[in-house]
Write a protein that binds this ligand. Structure first.
Ligand code: PDD
Length: 286
């Protein structure tokens, strides 16, 4: 039985209740963050807290909690639930105004809802999939135009994962105008020669916290990084590919649709970046 955090209280998961009028439930009017925990410590908490502020600002939502208190809540949930490896899920919605209305409620009278819970994942860092690599399919990116805001509107990414599963693959890369945007829940990269290529930041993709760290570590290790659009065709002909996210870190991709990359096993760059990422981010964990 987990202890979760709801609107200022630590309570058993079975006692946590949110109103049927909550705008997160009725309108997906909410934002979220997923922060990983390794060795009982938070990976890149600061990056997630800063992006949360950005998402809230973009939706004209007030934060119900300060950054310092948010860190305290994360740490307390890790302690109460005895998490060594896993994730902390955080969601803030515009709250429950007591009826359904398209117009935003008055923030003076409707408080946001804030929920955090832990996900225990022993072996997260030592994920066997990272040794084999994953297979992805390509699907059209038909999401909305503000993918930089981390909202809880995850129906299409969820459908994308199901399309992948039905096709016998692990995940899907989304394609817009012939170019790869990102994975259903991760940022996408290819490697050509010694160059790491990933789409530049814009409203078209989520500004991954893991992405920022991985690109910084890659540059520090003198690897060449190019931030630009790349086509599905270019990806199919790449030497290597990989994805990054808070829950998978750096995950090699060995197949895109029917195109096998290299010899069908993770190459040199992605596994090395995974190693560097885990080492450096665990060192900086709080
Ligand atoms: N997803 N792109 C999308 C669409 C995502 O949903 C995510 C994260 C990322 C990677 O961002 P970060 O490195 O900050 O985790 C990119 C989280 C893990 C999720 O929905 O579970």
């Amino acid at each position: 039985m987990r202890t979760v955090y709801l609107n200022g209280e630590y309570i058993p998961e079975t006692e946590a209740r949110v109103s049927v009028f909550d705008r997160g439930f009725l309108m997906a009017d909410g934002v979220y963050e997923v922060t990983s925990v390794l060795g009982g410590k938070l990976i890149d908490f600061d990056g997630h807290a800063v992006r949360l502020e950005r998402s809230l600002d973009a939706l004209e939502m007030r934060s119900p909690i300060s950054k310092e208190d948010l860190l305290g809540v994360h740490r307390e949930l890790v302690r109460l639930n005895d998490i060594d490896e896993g994730m902390i899920y955080l969601q803030i919605t515009r709250g429950a105004p007591g009826d359904r209305d398209f117009v935003f409620p008055d923030p003076e009278t409707t408080m946001p809802t804030i929920v955090l819970f832990t996900q225990n994942k022993p072996g997260l860092a030592d994920n066997p999939a990272a040794k084999k690599g994953i297979r992805v399919i390509s699907i059209d990116d038909i999401r909305w135009g503000r993918r930089d805001i981390k909202t809880v509107q995850l129906l299409y990414p969820s459908m994308g994962k199901m399309m992948a599963k039905k096709a016998g693959a692990d995940d899907a890369w989304m394609i817009e105008d012939g170019f790869v945007t990102e994975g259903t829940s991760n940022n996408a990269y290819i490697v050509k020669g010694n160059k790491i290529i990933t789409r530049a930041l814009s409203n078209d993709i989520l500004h991954g916290i893991t992405r920022a760290a991985v690109l910084r570590f890659a540059r520090e290790a003198q690897m060449e990084v190019e931030e630009r659009n790349f086509t599905l065709e270019e990806a199919r002909n790449a030497d290597e590919a990989f994805v990054t996210s808070a829950s998978t870190f750096v995950m090699p991709v060995v197949q895109i649709d029917d195109a096998v990359l290299g010899d069908g096993t993770p190459g040199r760059v992605a596994p090395r970046l995974r190693e560097i990422y885990l080492e450096e981010s665990m060192r900086a964990a709080v």
